[in-house]
Design a protein around this ligand. Structure first.
Ligand SMILES: [Fe+2]
Length: 405
């Protein structure tokens, strides 16, 4: 791969956030929802809705989370304060455009004035998409990009059951375009939910595979946000805390689903990773994985776990110092030379993924070399590619995918 130009090095300021920022040349913006976090807070959701003056909630969930009983418990909390909630359980993993249309019909049919998602990132993204369409009309996949929807949308309260997508705090919504077989990233401050309510108890009913995939996804959020071109003094502390938290709790939480201390640690890390990446954005790992996920419907976190080490190696030459800090956050002894740290981070992610039972390489999950060309254009136009610390061209996408095969 080509050596980065001097301009690329300027675009990726590779220094610690402990030092001064951009000499006053850049505006810093940080937006998060009202955050409620803690064991047992699920039962507060009714009171939250009542306090905010929202009268007719529609709960958005899926079958597996419903089987765990969490949406029904949220509905009971609402009933306790006199709110009659509708429940729509039609979301599947990697939410599809046609599911959003069905959810929109349900939203209009029940006359809801607030959306309450109870579930993983798919349920939360579906709720965001329904909210967006209810205020703006049209087709959800036409809103890809930044701030394409301008009309007001209904309020949103998000209760994540995984640790996690970060969608409960983020300004992003990802929907699968089933006609083009790709994922569309929709971004905008209007998509930042009004309330993020995390009860770590919800994480205890994830199966081990979902816990592994969503946990390493959250770690990828933390690492990509930390080295992002938009990372700053407001986002970096959250990204680093999330890196440390996932390093400490993820494996333990997957090995023992009933370990509530570990689940709370993962939930905290996921929340902080979400606050970081919503404002700092992400990088090439997510830009590429969205394309593969749209084509294959493979789990988002699994693809990120496979791609992230290769993106770290690709980025290493422009952000060695930040990867050195990430290495410290992961608890690695990366030596004194920052250029060695990226390699240590990449190797560590591969080792962690193996311990979590994630297959090594895209070919192990059915992606073939002949598929790669179909990922290139979409990856380059994905919102998250704009903040990858090293500029990425078409050949770079091909090289990263080939290395990840
Ligand atoms: Fe992600």
């Amino acid at each position: 791969m080509a050596v980065a130009s001097s301009r690329q090095r300027i675009l990726a300021p590779d220094r610690s956030f402990e030092t001064a920022d951009d000499a006053g040349t850049r505006a810093h913006k940080f937006q998060v929802p009202e955050v409620i976090f803690g064991i047992g807070t699920l039962d507060e959701v009714g009171g939250v809705l009542r306090r905010r003056g929202w009268d007719r909630p529609m709960v958005v969930s899926d079958e597996s989370v419903s089987a765990a009983g969490w949406p029904d418990r949220a509905v009971r909390s609402m009933a306790a304060v006199g709110l009659d909630a509708a429940v729509w359980r039609g979301v599947t993993p990697n939410p599809k455009d046609y599911e959003v249309d069905l959810g929109l019909d349900a939203f209009f049919d029940c006359g809801a004035d607030v959306l309450v998602a109870v579930g993983g990132g798919s349920c939360i993204d579906a709720a965001k998409a329904i909210a967006l369409l209810s205020g703006n009309g049209g087709q959800i996949c036409s809103y890809g990009g930044i701030d394409q929807a301008v009309a007001p949308i209904p309020p949103m309260v998000m209760l994540p059951s995984t640790g996690g997508s970060g969608a409960d705090v983020s300004q992003f919504c990802v929907v699968t375009d089933t006609a083009r077989m790709t994922k569309v990233t929709i971004a905008g401050r209007a998509l930042v939910p009004d309330v993020s309510l995390t009860d770590p108890v919800l994480l205890t009913t994830m199966d081990a595979e979902v816990a592994a995939h969503t946990g390493i996804d959250a770690l990828s959020h933390a690492i990509e946000a930390y080295v992002s071109l938009a990372s700053d003094f407001l986002t970096a502390p959250h990204a680093m805390a999330a890196t440390r938290g996932m390093a400490k709790w993820l494996l333990r939480s997957v090995e023992d689903p009933g370990d509530l201390v570990a689940k709370e640690g993962v939930a905290r890390a996921s929340l902080q990773a979400g606050m970081a990446f919503s404002n700092a954005l992400l990088g090439a790992t997510h830009a590429i994985s969205h394309q593969i996920g749209g084509l294959s419907d493979l789990p988002h976190g699994l693809l990120n776990a496979i791609l992230l080490p290769h993106v770290v190696r690709f980025n290493a030459e422009v952000c060695a110092v930040r990867y050195k800090e990430v290495a410290v956050g992961l608890g690695l002894d990366a030596g004194d030379d920052p250029s060695d740290a990226a390699a240590a981070v990449a190797d560590h992610i591969e080792l962690l993924a193996a311990k979590l039972g994630i297959p090594y390489g895209l070919s192990a999950v059915g992606v073939k070399e002949e598929h790669i060309e179909s990922f290139v254009a979409g990856a380059l136009s994905d919102v998250y590619m704009t903040t990858n610390p090293r500029p990425v061209g078409a050949d770079d996408v091909r090289d990263i995918c080939l290395a990840a095969l």
